[in-house]
Design a protein around this ligand. Sequence first.
Ligand SMILES: *[C@@H]1O[C@H](CO)[C@@H](O)[C@H](O)[C@H]1NC(C)=O
Ligand SMILES: CC(=O)N[C@H]1CO[C@H](CO)[C@@H](O)[C@@H]1O
Ligand SMILES: CC(=O)N[C@H]1CO[C@H](CO)[C@@H](O)[C@@H]1O
Ligand SMILES: CC(=O)N[C@H]1CO[C@H](CO)[C@@H](O)[C@@H]1O
Length: 384
Amino acid sequence: MKTFAFSALLLVAVEAQSTVSAWGQCGGESYSGSTQCVAGYTCIYENPWYSQCQPGSSPTSATSTVSTPTSSSSAPSGTGKLEWVGVNESGAEWGTAYPGTEGVDYFFPSTTTIGTLVNEGYNIFRVPFAMERMAVGSITASLNSAYLTPYSNVINFITSKGAYAIVDAHNYGRYNGQIITDTAGFQTFWNNLAKVYSSNSKVIFDINNEFNTMDESLVFELNQSGIDGIRAAGATSQYIFAEGNSWTGASTWNVTNDSLKTLSDSSNKLVYEMHQYLDSDSSGTGSDCVSNTVGVDRVEGATAWLRANGKKGMLGEFAGGNNNVCLAAVTGLLNHLQANSDVWLGASWWAAGPDWPAGTWASFEPPSGISYQYYDTLLKSYAP
Ligand SMILES: *[C@@H]1O[C@H](CO)[C@@H](O)[C@H](O)[C@H]1NC(C)=O
Ligand SMILES: CC(=O)N[C@H]1CO[C@H](CO)[C@@H](O)[C@@H]1O
Ligand SMILES: CC(=O)N[C@H]1CO[C@H](CO)[C@@H](O)[C@@H]1O
Ligand SMILES: CC(=O)N[C@H]1CO[C@H](CO)[C@@H](O)[C@@H]1O
């Protein structure tokens, strides 16, 4: 209500100013431009930091915080809040020297900065690891405690704070660079690892990061064997995140991964994890976003797929650069997920981690990561 009064005042004060173009920013903390949209568009309040010119002649409610999705899929029935908002904590998967040396080839995330983010309201952290370090020499090897112990310290720290920790095998469906075809061995790997966390319901198992350029039936089988291995370990209370082929992209999910809808989970806590970047090739290598609306454009097909198949989704990786176009695209994306929170459970930014240089465009490491500085206020406003 306070915000409403403030916007109304602002509107009166700047009436004489020029108009803002379609999808442009028209309000928000420290914004000083015009709040009047071009004909046919209305300035919609999204959050205290951002209002946007969206199609329509007048808002249904000036205090509405959720924009109406333009998707042609059936109407959302979201609760208006995501269950999870957080970040990736990258570092332990770095490098290709196996098992390699901690502090040289790879790094564990900082529990200090994770604590900072938890205190800000973030409640999910995806912690990538390399299977080659967890099981050295072969995927069926017993787990390597020199790597598992410090990794578990991070996981246990996160869950002790009440947040969820995603145990992410960051392997692209490969081990030592070779596509994993031994589904039984893969099941053994997950059985071994799930035993470690079987009594911790705040752990989430992420079977594999970004399968790509491999046979879809193999992706299916690896996923299914991972699920089966985890449940057979007695880890029955946890969510499992399954990723898809084609780098688990949300924008291509509806045309590459339809077969994954038949994965089965005896605990019925399976969530489809998708990734989406907003640069020209969706790779996340560029900090530019192709348009103000690309966030929504690239996920609405996945939203429709999730709803049509009665599934839940998690946007496990996303990011945008530190510029106005990306700010609009990221805001639109988060609003879309929130408006469709009946099928989207959450989102996690790529990436925090102590060893990203602070100037790396997507760095979310407190206090000086460039994206942390630019996006923290916005992102945490979506936290549950
Ligand atoms: C698939 O999803 C994309 C991205 O959201 C969308 O543009 C496209 O129309 C969808 N295609 C089908 C067949 O649903
Ligand atoms: C349909 C299908 O491919 N099912 C497979 C799922 O994965 C398990 C475990 O690897 C296989 O036993 C199934 O044949
Ligand atoms: C490889 C694969 O599973 N492709 C399927 C992905 O989903 C589309 C749309 O349902 C199917 O047509 C493809 O066969
Ligand atoms: C966009 C981005 O940061 N992608 C990263 C995803 O994770 C892999 C493995 O850590 C990195 O190599 C990518 O740069």
